[in-house]
Design a protein around this ligand. Structure first.
Ligand code: S3P
Length: 452
């Protein structure tokens, strides 16, 4: 399901005293996987708290097109899956809109089947590299017809019997790890993935929850090894999706940098593979109280009380990147209001997200008067505590978001603390991951609006 093609510019003005208690929509990574595994498993899966963003709905439509029955009843999504190994050939091309996770994981899930599956996406997704998933699929016997540079649109045709492989993931990528594990569900024997840097582990945890047999261990060099036994039975589950820490990052940073703020964000997923931003902000001097820590649906969850803070620049360890990979744009915003310099090394992967995020952030910060330097795989930002002199000096100073929801949200948050506010060329794209963003932020007292 593609997001709205018409761009909706938006503005944020300097605000004060954000206050209130909010609940963040469900985690995007878990929501994608809930639709995929529910759609594949035998029997009934019931999901509450699902993120109803455009990205997730596209994954739901793809699973329907391959035979899953998915419907909503009240607050619950109810799925009757096909059974492992029993996906049907989709009649039409599967259009994933803006969703990299949706398309890459589904290529793994369906690509090894002896059927034709066609994949496409929006103007952002067709620019993103798919070779990282196509390479292991080719090793498993999948025939690939892709657009130039292993990009979308592309067609997959699996072999009669897929070849179980052992695959070293060459970059820190949960999407590649997950695609190979999901492909392994349809291969006889054990498919193994080895990752040097630990990335988010939702696929492993949820596969185990649905009854797949996994062996998880450590290599002599410390790398993580995950083996999945293929062609087993998956059984429908009941899933309560916790709040998305990557969406939480926006009101969280807003409260830190907007004068006089005190907010509480409830039910936030605190899986350690996702909490790098909180660790970094605490090092910067952020006042974040982690309250009511508990377990829910096999995950750590907590409520966060966040107050305006005097932030100080830090150097973020490069090996923390996988646990906060989607949070660098909004960290750069926090750094813009911190005392001193914040250095972010080891973030080359930002160049292949929904946009080239390193470039989009650097251009947006420069446009708004922030002193920053961009390297091939790093960014450094020198902050202006108080935000004096920052922001859009003219109506023409509009940040280009490049169909990237996190760039749009980051610069709207920036505008809440900058003397002159900020403009973005599009906020419609935010609906891919956080449709409630504008309402939630204005409900906390943020001055933010669409303009024509
Ligand atoms: C995701 C993994 C990350 C992240 C993306 C969601 C996932 O991508 O950026 O938003 O759900 O597996 P990579 O694994 O490619 O770094």
């Amino acid at each position: 399901m593609p997001h709205s093609v018409s761009l909706k510019p938006a503005a944020a003005r300097r605000s004060s005293d954000l206050s209130g208690t909010v609940r963040i929509p469900g985690d995007k990574s878990i929501s994608h996987r809930a639709f995929m595994l529910g759609g594949l498993a035998s029997g009934e899966t019931r999901i509450t708290g699902l993120l109803e963003g455009e990205d997730i709905l596209a994954t739901g439509n793809a699973m329907r097109a391959m035979g899953a029955n998915i419907r909503k009843a009240g607050d619950e999504w109810i799925i009757h899956g096909t059974g492992n190994g029993c996906l049907l050939e989709p009649e039409d091309v599967l259009d994933f809109g803006n969703a990299g996770t949706g398309v890459r994981l589904t290529m793994g899930l369906a690509g090894t089947y002896d059927m034709l599956t066609r994949f496409t996406g929006d103007a952002s997704l067709v620019k993103r590299p798919m070779g990282r998933v196509l390479d292991p699929l080719r090793l498993m016997g999948v025939q690939v017809e892709a657009s130039e540079g292993d990009r979308l649109p592309l067609t997959l045709h699996g072999p009669r019997t897929a070849n179980p492989i052992t695959y070293h993931v060459p970059m820190a990528s949960a999407q590649v790890k997950s695609a190979v594990l999901l492909a392994g569900l349809n291969a006889p024997g054990i498919t193994t993935v080895i990752e040097t840097a630990m990335t988010r582990d939702h696929t492993e945890k949820m596969l185990q929850g649905f009854g797949a047999e996994l062996e998880i261990g450590t290599e002599a060099d410390g790398a993580r090894r995950i083996g999945i036994v293929g062609q087993g039975r998956l059984t429908g589950q009941t899933i309560a999706v916790p709040g998305d820490p990557s969406s939480t990052a926006f009101p969280l940073v807003a409260a830190l940098i907007v004068h006089g703020s005190d907010i509480t964000i409830e039910n936030v997923l605190m899986n350690p593979t996702r909490t790098g931003l909180i660790t970094t902000l605490l090092e910067m001097g952020a006042v974040i109280d982690i309250m009511n820590e508990r377990r829910a649906g096999g995950e750590d969850v907590a409520d966060l009380r966040v107050r305006t803070s005097d932030l100080k620049g830090v150097t973020v360890p490069a090996d923390r990147a996988p646990s906060m990979i989607d949070e660098y744009p909004v960290l750069a915003v926090a750094a813009s209001f911190a005392e001193g310099e914040t250095v972010m090394p080891g973030i080359e992967e930002l160049r292949v997200k929904e946009s080239d995020r390193l470039d989009a952030v650097a251009r947006g910060l420069e446009l708004n008067g922030v002193d920053c330097t961009e390297g091939r795989d790093w960014l450094s930002v020198r902050g202006h505590p108080g935000g004096k002199g920052l922001g859009a000096m003219t109506k023409d100073a509009v940040v280009e978001t490049h169909l990237d929801h996190r760039i749009a949200m980051s610069f709207l948050v920036f505008g809440l603390a900058a003397e002159h506010g900020a403009f973005v060329d599009d906020a419609a794209i935010i609906a891919t991951s956080f449709p409630e963003f504008m309402d939630l932020m204005t409900g906390l007292g943020a001055q933010m609006e669409f303009f024509a």
